[in-house]
Write a protein that binds this ligand. Structure first.
Ligand code: G1P
Ligand code: ZN
Length: 545
């Protein structure tokens, strides 16, 4: 790769990163120059890459292998002196964050479209993380988008593709490529945070079984090493553990709709005590007990309430943070602990400053994302290990822990209704209509439910003062129920309307109702307010989580 070629190109108008990087159909990325333009726009934005270290890897989805080779050649042309690549081009998103931090890299490129399906007809994505290991903030991604609109050439090293199978270093002109074990740094970090001997004792006690569904995505190798080898869970604990470029045709999103095999297992009386799954790139998690689903909003609240039982968090939490649509269950725990709770816009990037400034230790999103200051991404296996550590110390079941939590703090019934693949104009029309009705909504009542506030969420980052506007329509009721509306920033087909519903209940006799039933009034108010049925012709959401 000593020779550098300069290739003329013309801009693509659509290279705007969304909630989590640039995500498009594989066939969009396969257009000549599409990936190259975006990578060059990124390198131009980062300015001087000379002599820097870059981390590179992806979730192994279709096109991962081709994109890695292109990026390696472009990194050489940009002057990087060292690239740390996961073996076979693999790195989960949380592991990439851990590697960037451990090796004090300049930044990292992660190839993933997260939980979106893969394969030739599926999705591909690329995201950039900065030196703290976290997603690039908006000012960087905005600048990359701007640059992409005027790009007229890119630079690429000539030469053969690099073999990525064998660990170790090779030199390519002035650049060293180091192929790293994708699991090792990450597994070491986990062993520092959690009480592995106690978890091992639980998993080998003969009175506890677990099942982890890797959904044929990136966490398979991590889960085999950590759960089965290091923690000695029974062989077969990890299912669908081999990463496949099309995720076996599945949809690698760990929720009740998509992790069907796991959900079926955990609903049997003879099923495992504990079940968990992670998504395509390993940053999301779902946690189940036998016969019980832990909603992600409850999960972050329960981890916060039990954090003192876990070695890495025994010293106490500086604070917690949740995305705005996430339920307020964790707020109640924070209040009791006397620590601050921050409400940020959707997307992990908004937690970065709070974590860097040591204002928050644990963070969570309703979308099956949980994490902490150990890295700067949400982390699926970390959440599973946190739960295992709590279970090992407490010696009671998942259901008992959840029910005890509701008894102590009350329950925030919670659900998200998604209307996927809507016509973009229809979806924008729904949000515009809601925005226009905000003034009339304030103080309106629906039966016993009285609206106490209604706004279009705007966030001022307490660390750098940056303002993010239009982050979702919030409608709050006097009993602390909430309805939130926003459009997805990660979809690749049309638009997705997300409706988030939350109702607080402290009456001990009403803590075990069916979630959709408990939320029924709010659901019908939400549908009326946004006019989704009239405007889109859809009678029901596509996915309910
Ligand atoms: C979705 C989730 C959000 C999460 C993001 C990346 O974004 O809602 O919480 O951070 O995926 O995993 P959305 O499609 O809603 O913009
Ligand atoms: Zn993900």
């Amino acid at each position: 790769m000593t020779d550098i070629q300069t290739v003329n190109t013309t801009p693509f108008p659509d290279q705007e990163p969304g909630t989590s990087g640039l995500r498009k159909k594989v066939r969009v990325f396969q257009q000549p120059h599409y990936l190259e333009n975006f990578v060059q726009a990124l390198f131009d934005t980062l300015e001087d890459c000379t002599g820097q270290t870059l981390v590179l890897g992806g979730d192994g989805r279709y096109y991962n292998d081709i994109a890695i080779q292109t990026i390696l050649k472009m990194a050489a042309a940009a002057g990087f002196s060292r690239v740390l690549v996961g073996q076979n081009g693999l790195l989960s998103t949380p592991a990439a964050s851990a590697v960037i931090r451990r090796h004090q890299a300049f930044g990292g490129i992660i190839l993933s479209a997260s939980h979106n399906p893969g394969g030739p007809e599926g999705d591909f994505g690329i995201k950039y993380n900065i030196s703290n290991g976290g997603p690039a903030p908006g000012k960087v991604t905005d600048a990359v988008f701007e640059r992409s609109k005027s790009i007229d050439k890119y630079h690429i090293g000539a030469g053969e593709d690099v073999a990525l199978e064998r660990l170790g270093e090779t030199r390519h002109g002035a650049m060293t490529i180091e192929i790293v074990d994708p699991v090792q740094d990450y597994a070491e970090l986990m062993a520092e945070l959690f009480d592995f001997s106690r978890i091992r004792a639980l998993l080998t006690s003969g009175r506890f079984t677990m099942c982890f569904d890797a959904m044929h995505a990136i966490t398979g190798p991590y889960a085999h090493t950590i759960f089965e080898d290091q923690l000695q869970a029974a062989a077969g604990t990890v299912i669908n553990g081999q990463p496949l470029p099309d995720f076996g045709g599945g949809h690698p999103d760990p929720n009740l709709a998509h992790a069907k095999e796991l959900v079926a297992l955990l609903s049997q009386d003879s099923g495992p005590d504990f079940g968990a799954a992670a998504d395509g790139d390993g940053d999301r998690n779902m946690v189940l007990g036998r016969g019980v689903f832990v909603s992600p909003s409850d999960s972050i609240a329960i981890l916060t309430a039990n954090a003192h039982l876990v070695p890495g968090y025994r010293a106490g939490l500086a604070g917690v943070a949740r995305s705005m649509p996430t339920s307020q269950a964790v707020d109640r725990v924070a209040e009791q602990l006397g620590i601050p709770c921050y409400e940020t816009p959707t997307g992990w990037k908004f937690f970065g400053n709070l974590l860097d400034a040591d204002m928050a230790t644990l963070c969570g999103e309703e979308s099956f994302g949980t994490g902490s200051n150990h890295i700067r991404e949400k982390d699926g296996l970390w959440a599973v290990l946190f739960w295992l550590n709590i279970l090992a110390v407490r010696g009671i079941s998942v259901a008992e822990i959840v029910h005890e939590h509701w008894a102590n703090y009350g329950r925030n019934y919670y659900s998200r209704h998604d209307y996927e693949a809507l016509d973009i104009d229809v979806a924008n029309g729904i949000i515009a209509h809601l925005r226009d009705s905000l003034n009339q909504l304030r103080d309106r009542s629906f039966g016993d439910l009285q609206i106490s506030h209604a706004d279009d969420f705007s966030y001022t980052d307490p660390v750098d003062g940056s303002v993010s506007q239009h982050q979702g329509i919030r409608i709050g009721f006097s009993d602390s129920s909430r309805i939130v509306f926003r459009l997805s920033g990660t979809g690749t087909e049309g638009a997705t309307l997300r409706i988030y519903l939350e109702k607080y209940e402290s009456d001990a006799t009403k803590l075990h109702l069916d979630t959709q039933g408990a939320l029924a009034d709010l659901i019908s108010i939400a549908k009326r307010l946004c006019e989704v049925e009239q405007r889109s012709g859809r009678e029901a959401p596509t996915v309910i989580t």
